[in-house]
Design a binder for this molecule. Sequence first.
Ligand SMILES: [Ca+2]
Ligand SMILES: [Ca+2]
Ligand SMILES: [Ca+2]
Length: 461
Amino acid sequence: MRQATCIIQKRLTTMKWTTALLSWLAAAVGLHAQLVNPGFENGLQGWQTLCSEGTGISFDTAPYGGGTMSARIRCLGGEPSDCWTQDQVRPMIHQPLTSAQNGSVVHISAWVKAEPDVPGDEQWVGAVLVLGWLNGSGGLQYASGACAYVDFGGGSTEWTLGSLTCTLSGFPTGVTPMLFLGGHAYNNTNGHVLIDNVHIALGGSGTQLSAKAWLDGAFVPAQNLMRDDLRAAGLIPLNEPNSAIFQDGPGGETIQPAVLAVTGNNAIVDWVRVELHLGPYLPGNSLLIAKRNALIQRDGDIVDVDGVSPVTFNTGPGHYHVAVRHRNHLPVMQTNAILLNATATTLDFRAPGLSCFSRPAPYADLPRRTVGTTRTLWSGNVDQFGALPRGIYYTGLGNDRDPILQAIGGVSPTATLTGYHRADVNMDGVVKYTGVNNDRDLILQNIGGVSPTAVRYSQGP
Ligand SMILES: [Ca+2]
Ligand SMILES: [Ca+2]
Ligand SMILES: [Ca+2]
């Protein structure tokens, strides 16, 4: 077995210009764990390479959600000598890992695809990731350990998610940790690796977010507020209900009773879940880095368990996709990863201009509901699991309507039930199947209002 070599070419910028740009960006926006041009939409801008001009990187079509371009790196193709470095590490593209140091936990994800020259050889073609540094003569160097030299996905002609979480160690004093990416072909194969959407986050704590959203079930357009009937009736639990509903953990967030005494625009409507994801190009196929069970106010502010502060996550700075979940709404996730750190960033899921994930056909659907000039999370997802693909169903096995009838006893459709229940779609504290303000009609309305077999597909993670 011999190793093949991938060669790359810096195409759009000179090294000096790239370095100047990085320095300027770092100063301008307080760069932390942020890669420049992580999706190769500007070619190799922001990326550096050890190779000379004229070698083999090109650009190819991107995966769904990856923009229009990906980096396509040649393996085994007439490599110039300066593309070789010590230890036979093949040439790679690289960027500094701003803010990272020994002891830093690093989460990295990227989309990877193998393109073997001979069909069927894809199992031997994959991406390689190195966390290292440039030595005194400008060559690649790396320490041993989990963060050093990693096979990073590929092996398939389909786009797949490569990911790594590790702790940096062995970096000499004074060097800048660098992320290097390239390809690797084994077993006498030739080909390319395609790479896109390289995302990075650092571990730690204290990352903050000020998100805003509307829950459609509680939203009252005439008031431009959500109703807080659950709070007013004393029905909101002091312990987060989400971990049991979403069947994950650890959760355990609690609130003090005084938080639920606040009235007016900042009154608490309910619990929600906010999640930080890395590297998705399809909903349901991303890497969950951190989550927090939080509260949502009548005016849409999503706040931490004190009822007023931005939500704080148990992770460090990074380039995240933010998702919001609620126990009887469809989740939503924004498309363009944003930089989050210890200074709260605002993200408004009510804004029409915010791009949110949608699946490719045949499960493409509006990720949010349009209400006048604003956007809400779709209500009526009473059963968060149920029928597949996940979504809001009115009929069939695992639909979201039957749980309403079951909640009120399953016999008399005119019965009602007071309390904190997922079947209470409009969040007024009463589960109701027929009559004025019932919870069933909203489901029919949200699947389109015409055909009861229509489905509103979930576009969330
Ligand atoms: Ca791209
Ligand atoms: Ca459902
Ligand atoms: Ca209700």
